[in-house]
Each structure stands twice: as structure tokens, then as C-alpha cells.
Design a protein around this ligand. Structure first.
Ligand code: ASP
Ligand code: MG
Length: 418
């Protein structure tokens, strides 16, 4: 039993969907679960829609129309008389359009987000499943929310592993044994029955959750690049492909922001020793990258840029030393607000940390900490991490940049700059 994951880029047009169908066709005799993301940049468009609905902006209808037309064009490129086949997609659009009139009085932004954004994945999987069956490849559409159980931290939900594992093992496995299953990445459902999402780019993670529950023999993430590189090949021409990498090494690279694999993806695979292949959906004959238990492989220096970083600078107001109870207080607030920390540095009376830039989360920080600390927030920085660092390796990337903070360990060097 294998798990395939196709991201937004692999299904961004009719032609791309046909290519995905070809890949599935080649494996139609295997037991296979196929996890798919929203098509192209649909999730971004849906985020704009959430914003417009929440602010009761008059744009909301036109954003909705844009999303609908984008998908209709894809469907029209797949089969003739597409409306005859894709009636279920039409139903989903009716449901989505109803969300434009959501009663806003007692719904939070993130709850609305998790009501609207999952439509991207629901629609893409309905289109693909319908097209596969119309092309003679028998597959079954499954709603991932019936299996991926989460808490109710909207937009960043955590998986309830116990319930999820049980459902996948007992209910989903027998189905995958009989028929190829097509399902959504990124989405889940809380115990109160509400839709949730796992965080942007979370479909890789979904694939790995399913693989864990199914005890899959492998996961393949099909990408628009040839595999995992030592730098983003779209940003750095000299990036080299890494043919093999250990789970632990991959976790570290993902943690530092290597965007090729979602950071939470590796851990469940590592626990069950399920190998992960990352390969191109275009040049399918190439072997790509194998992520497996073989750690301590020699890797080249890896160059990772993480954008949208903010620097939070805390200073004690009474010049007292930063001590453990201060840290506890600060981290408790971070955890409550859902602020994710990428790097910390402290000195006698100051504590600085680099976090993902989410201005909405920082609005009340000064107020929350006003008794003990002054807090300064500066944003829109970038974080450069060099894994397997050699002295001076940063120079060519930081030539005309202002470095705001740096930190080195035995293997890694990190630089925040703007
Ligand atoms: N569609 C979601 C996103 O773009 C999830 C994913 O692609 O993994 O963030
Ligand atoms: Mg996506």
C-alpha cells in the first residue's frame, strides 16, 4: 500500500491534471491512496475570499467568481460537455457561495477561514476523481475530514492521533485495499464536527498521517522540482539535488524552512520507518530524493531562506536579569497566542527571538507584557540558515544586506537580515 501526494502545482491546469491521471494510471493495480491539494494558487484566492467575507467587502462576489471560473476552465480542458460530468463540483460551488452570506456576529476570523478554505481541496479532489473515473480509472473519493481528527485550533489544528489512527486503520484501510482512494490534504474535522485546517502547505503532512495509519510501504510526494535540493532551485541557480537524506537530516532542513517538505511530515514516517520519495511529476523516470532512516549521510552545505520573519525584542523594565520565570511567562504567552519561534537569543537583560511574522498576533504584546518588559517588534526580515556551515559561506548572500542578528552552532549558522 502506497501513498501519493500531489500539490497545487501538479494540478494547476487541465493539462497538469491529465498528467496526474497518467501517473495514477501507471499504478492502477497497486493499492494506493492519493492525497491532493487545492489547484494552483486556489488557497491564496480563498484566503482573499475569507478576508473579503469577514470585512463584508463588496469584492467578495468577484473573488468567488474568479475562483469558480478558474476551476471551470480546468474542467472544460478535461472533457467535452464538462457540466454533464462535474455536477458534484457545481454543488460544492453552491455551498461555497452560501458562505458569502455567513452571519458574522459570532464567528471568529479563523473559524470562518476553516469553513471556507477547505473548499479548495474538496473541489480539486472532486474534479480529479470525476476525471479519473471518466477516463476508465476506477477510484473512490473520500472526505479526509472523516478520518483526520483534530482539536479546534482553527487554521493550525493539531491532530488527535489516537482517534485518527483508529479510524484510518479500521475504516479506511479496507477501502484502500479494494480501490484507489482520492482524498484531500490539509483538512480535518474537530470532535464538534467543524472543519479545520492543518496550516499552510499542510498536505504533505496529511499524506504522512494517512501513511502512518495505513502502515504504508512508502510515500511519494510528486513535485515540480526533481527532488530535495541543498537550496531552493528556483532562487539559486547552483542548487544541487540531494539523492538520499536521513529522516533526522530532513526534519532539520524542513525546520529551518526548506520549503520542499512540510516540517511536520517526516516525524510520523520516521516513527514507522516509512520511506519518502520526493520526485518530479514531469521527469518521472528520474529517481529524485529518497528520505529514509539512513542518517549521517554526507550532505553538501544547505542554504535555506525563510521569509516573513519578525524580530521580537524584550527588555526588562527594571533592569533585572532575564531568568527562568521570565522565560516561562514569555513562552506561555507565545503558546497561548500560537506564535511560533524560530530562534532565540538572550543576554543579561534582554531576550530576542525570531518568529514567523503574523502582525495580528503581535498587536497586544506590548500590553500583555507591560508590567515587566518593553517589547519592540520589527518585521519583514529574512532568515538565512546555512546547514553544514563553513566559515564565510554567508558572505555572498549577504553582501549589501544589514544583518540584525546572527547565531552559530557546530553545524549551523543563522543570519537575520533585511
Ligand atoms: N492548499 C493548501 C495550501 O496551499 C495546502 C497545501 O497545498 O499543502 O497551503
Ligand atoms: Mg497548495
Amino acid at each position: 500500500m502506497n501513498v501519493f501526494k500531489f500539490g497545487g502545482a501538479s494540478v494547476k491546469s487541465g493539462l497538469a491534471v491529465k498528467n496526474v491521471a497518467k501517473i495514477i494510471q501507471e499504478h492502477k493495480n497497486d493499492s494506493l491512496l492519493v492525497v491532493v491539494s487545492a489547484m494552483g494558487k486556489t488557497t491564496n484566492m480563498l484566503e482573499n475570499l475569507v478576508e473579503a467575507v469577514f470585512n463584508e467587502s463588496k469584492n467578495k462576489q468577484s473573488i468567488f467568481n474568479e475562483i469558480k471560473v478558474f476551476h471551470e476552465e480546468i474542467m472544460a480542458g478535461l472533457v467535452e460537455n464538462s457540466t454533464r460530468y462535474f455536477f458534484e463540483v457545481e454543488n460544492l460551488f453552491i455551498e461555497l457561495e452560501c458562505q458569502l452570506d455567513t452571519e458574522l456576529s459570532d464567528i471568529s476570523y479563523v473559524e470562518l477561514y476553516d469553513r471556507i478554505v477547505p473548499f479548495g481541496e474538496l473541489i480539486s479532489t472532486k474534479i480529479i476523481n470525476t476525471f479519473l473515473n471518466a477516463s476508465g480509472i476506477s477510484t473512490r473519493w473520500i472526505d479526509a475530514r472523516n478520518f483526520i481528527k483534530t482539536d479546534q485550533k482553527f487554521s493550525k489544528a493539531s491532530v488527535n492521533w489516537y482517534a485518527t489512527k483508529e479510524l484510518i486503520e479500521k475504516r479506511l484501510k479496507p477501502i484502500v485495499n479494494r480501490q484507489i482512494v482520492v482524498t484531500q490534504g490539509f483538512i480535518g474535522r474537530s470532535s464538534l464536527g467543524l472543519s479545520t485546517t492543518l496550516g499552510r502547505e499542510g498536505s504533505d503532512y496529511s499524506a504522512s498521517i494517512f501513511a502512518y495509519g495505513l502502515d504504508a510501504s512508502s510515500v511519494t510526494i510528486w513535485k515540480d522540482v526533481l527532488g530535495v535540493y541543498n537550496a531552493d532551485p528556483k532562487q539559486l541557480y547552483s542548487a544541487e539535488l540531494i539523492p538520499q537524506i536521513g529522516f533526522q537530516q530532513a526534519i532539520e532542513l524542513a525546520y529551518y524552512g526548506a520549503s520542499v517538505i512540510h516540517p511536520k511530515t517526516i516525524q510520523p514516517l520516521q516513527e514507522k520507518q516509512i520511506p519518502l520519495y520526493v520526485k518530479s511529476f514531469v521527469e518521472r523516470e528520474l529517481s529524485g530524493t529518497l528520505v529514509s532512516e539512513k542518517n549521517n549521510l554526507e550532505l553538501p552545505s544547505c542554504i535555506i531562506f525563510k521569509d516573513k520573519q519578525a524580530l521580537l525584542d524584550f527588555k526588562t523594565k527594571d533592569f533585572s536579569f532575564i531568568v527562568e520565570n521570565h522565560m516561562t511567562h514569555i513562552f506561555q504567552v507565545f503558546s497561548d497566542l500560537g506564535i511560533s519561534v524560530n530562534l532565540i537569543q538572550n543576554s543579561a537583560i534582554s531576550f530576542r527571538c525570531i518568529v514567523d511574522d503574523e502582525p495580528k498576533l503581535f498587536e497586544n504584546l506590548a500590553e500583555i507584557f507591560k508590567d515587566k518588559f518593553s517589547v519592540r517588534v520589527t518585521s519583514t526580515h529574512r532568515l538565512l540558515t546555512i546547514y553544514n556551515y563553513t566559515n564565510g559561506a554567508e558572505e555572498k548572500y549577504l553582501e549589501d544586506k544589514k544583518v540584525l542578528l546572527e547565531q552559530k552552532s557546530l553545524i549551523t549558522a543563522q543570519f537575520l537580515f533585511s
